[in-house]
Design a protein around this ligand. Structure first.
Ligand SMILES: O=C(O)CCC(=O)C(=O)O
Ligand SMILES: [Fe+2]
Length: 255
């Protein structure tokens, strides 16, 4: 077992657990360089899916997210991000073998908008499954000024949608209310957060001067099937990636 009974219970009660120092420094340096390469890369058809938005702060088109970073085109990156101990943690939390559903690297650069308080499940995921666990990997130091995430830590949420799909739970930025039900997760490179697809979380705009990159790998139970290809096919047909000149300016909730 990778996780203690206490950790598994905590995950069940609060919907997330934090594991400090899950990846070592050398691995994180590798991951960070790979994300730099992706930032500068022009993906071929079927490779990474990059999304740009107009910064509400600077007005420039900025990269906000790269999806499909673990396709057949990047087996080494998969090995780096998913060592056996990660898969074991996921199995222990899901109670079954994990299957990758989707994955993204969020480049929350200076000027990037907020991610309003939400449940990930509200991002159209119901069409593909009823429960997911995401492994969040902290790549850059996450601090209050550069959009560290806030999570509900009271366990006071329902394991079902608490808003309409695509609608945030609140328009406020952290500290979310009631304040004693949320925690600001300041974290360091190599820390990992496992969280379920219903626990409310979000992050403010990055008003600092340092980039805040995190990677989020989302899994479903093996019994739920492999929905990844269908998910991306559907998504790319109504939200085309790799259009740097055509950045969205609307503050819509897109994950
Ligand atoms: O990167 C962030 O700050 C928020 C990410 C998130 O919650 C999401 O993309 O679902
Ligand atoms: Fe989220």
């Amino acid at each position: 077992m990778q996780l203690s009974n206490e950790q598994i219970k905590e995950f069940g009660d609060k919907g997330f657990i934090v594991m400090k120092g899950f990846f070592d420094r050398a691995t994180m340096d590798n991951i960070s360089s790979h994300l730099d390469e992706l930032r500068d890369k022009e993906p071929a058809e079927g490779e990474e899916a990059k999304y740009y938005e107009k910064s509400p702060i600077t007005g420039e088109n900025i990269l906000v997210r790269v999806e499909n970073v673990l396709g057949d085109h990047s087996p080494e990156f998969s090995e780096l991000l998913l060592p056996p101990k990660a898969t074991e943690c996921l199995s222990e939390l899901l109670g079954e073998e994990p299957v990758l559903f989707k994955e993204k690297a969020n480049y929350k650069m200076p000027g990037c908008r907020a991610d309003k308080l939400h449940q990930d499940q509200a991002a159209g995921w119901n069409a593909y499954g009823d429960f997911y666990i995401t492994m969040g990997i902290v790549v850059d130091p996450n601090r209050k000024e550069n959009a560290a995430l806030s999570f509900m830590n009271s366990g006071n949420y329902e394991k079902k949608l608490m808003s309409d799909e695509w609608q945030p739970l609140s328009e406020d930025d952290p500290p979310y209310a009631p304040e004693d039900e949320y925690v600001l997760l300041e974290a360091d490179p190599g820390d990992v957060i496992f969280f379920d697809s219903f626990v409310p979380h979000g992050s403010p705009p990055n008003t600092g001067d340092k980039s805040r990159r995190n990677i989020f790998l989302t899994f479903n139970r093996k019994s739920g099937g492999d929905k990844r290809a269908q998910y991306y096919k559907d998504k790319w047909s109504n939200y085309a990636p790799n259009q740097s000149d055509n950045a969205r300016s609307k503050e819509s909730f897109r994950v």
